[in-house]
Ligand binder design. Structure first.
Ligand code: TRP
Length: 330
């Protein structure tokens, strides 16, 4: 069976972009793949984290996976730092990765800005840990957003380097790039991605927002004074309008074109009312479930312990085979 691995960092508030851009798709993949969905806590350490906040955020992300519809009878839900094979493989892969490959990573360049010398090694080497996450499972498919595509290409290159050196072992993973429609932008600026780290809470809908807050944030979302256009071409020229229509389409699981045909000519105040109703109808059951799960940490902790057991069984088996190939003492 085809195997999926994907992960999300436990940093800050989960929001509508995480749901529509990742979780909703992960849920759909469960029937056709053997899925491992991981809370990648080690990755979160590439930025300074407060220990108590981090621990709570790990649980919160795990709760969001389940509330969004990840079924732990079908898929394995685990926390990265519970499986030591991830970091062990990461070291082995780093011995096969030329610096030139790392220096090409655009995400590091963007995050580092001009102050390269002050950046931490972990932020620089993080794509190798991500490669290890994927390869240690022998995952065949990895659902990721557009922004992670380059890291997945690096993963494939490193896997090929290993296979050339030690004989064919790793499955070369394919990206499953999540659709354009699921690129959710800030509610305050149609040119910026909806983000956990945006200082304005009005820029995003959090997975913990209640119905009134969702209504208010959508009502206040930035738009222009024109009514909804009737062609995709005209819509594309108006980033904020495009974002709201895209959110509607993703929420309703319908193509953008159909949504536009139905609502063309409406004012945004009318459309926003519809969008808020739809968003509340879909999201509130999830946020309620999430609050229930958060209130019972023992249940979620037991699910994570079971997931770690299963993930450790698989990753330790692979790690042993890898070490044998490399000539390490096993
Ligand atoms: N780097 C990813 C992100 O920031 C998270 C991640 C870490 C990941 N390891 C992964 C995603 C493995 C997919 C597969 O979004």
């Amino acid at each position: 069976m085809k195997r999926i691995f994907s992960g999300m960092q436990p940093t800050g508030n989960l929001h509508l972009g995480n749901y529509l851009g990742a979780l909703k798709n992960w849920v759909k993949l469960q029937d056709d793949y053997e899925c491992y969905y991981c809370v990648v806590d080690l990755h979160a350490l590439t930025l300074p984290q407060d220990p108590a906040t981090l621990r709570k955020a790990i649980r919160e992300v795990a709760c969001a996976y389940i509330a969004a519809g990840i079924d732990t009878n079908k898929s394995t839900l685990c926390v990265q730092s519970c499986m030591p094979a991830h970091t062990e493989l990461s070291w082995l892969l780093s011995t096969l990765t030329p610096l030139g490959w790392m220096n090409r990573m655009t995400q590091f360049k963007d995050k580092a800005g001009k102050n390269r010398d002050l950046q931490l090694l972990g932020l620089y080497s993080y794509p190798i840990l991500m490669a290890a996450d994927i390869l240690i499972y022998q995952a065949s498919h990895v659902p990721v957003g557009e922004d992670q595509k380059q890291h997945l290409e690096l993963t494939r290159d490193v896997a090929i380097a290993f296979n050339n050196r030690y004989g064919a072992y790793f499955t070369i993973p394919e990206p499953l790039i999540m659709g354009e429609a699921a690129r959710i932008m800030s509610l305050r600026d149609g040119a910026k991605k909806m983000s956990k780290s945006d200082t304005s809470d009005y820029s995003r809908i959090n997975l913990t927002d209640d119905a009134d807050t969702i209504m208010l944030k959508i009502r206040k979302a930035k738009t222009d004074p024109e009514p909804l256009p009737d062609t995709l071409e005209d819509l594309a020229k108006r980033p904020e309008a495009q974002n709201l229509v895209s959110i509607y389409a993703a929420m309703a699981d319908r193509p953008l074109e159909g949504v536009l045909r139905e609502h063309a000519g409406e004012t945004f105040s009318t459309f926003k009312k519809d969008l808020a109703d739809l968003t509340i109808a879909k999201l509130v059951p999830i946020t309620n479930r999430m609050r229930e799960l958060m209130a019972d940490p023992a249940e979620i902790d037991a699910i994570l312990a079971k997931g770690a057991e299963k993930a450790n069984a698989l990753t330790q088996k692979h790690l042993k085979e890898i070490k044998e190939r490399v000539g390490l003492w096993v």
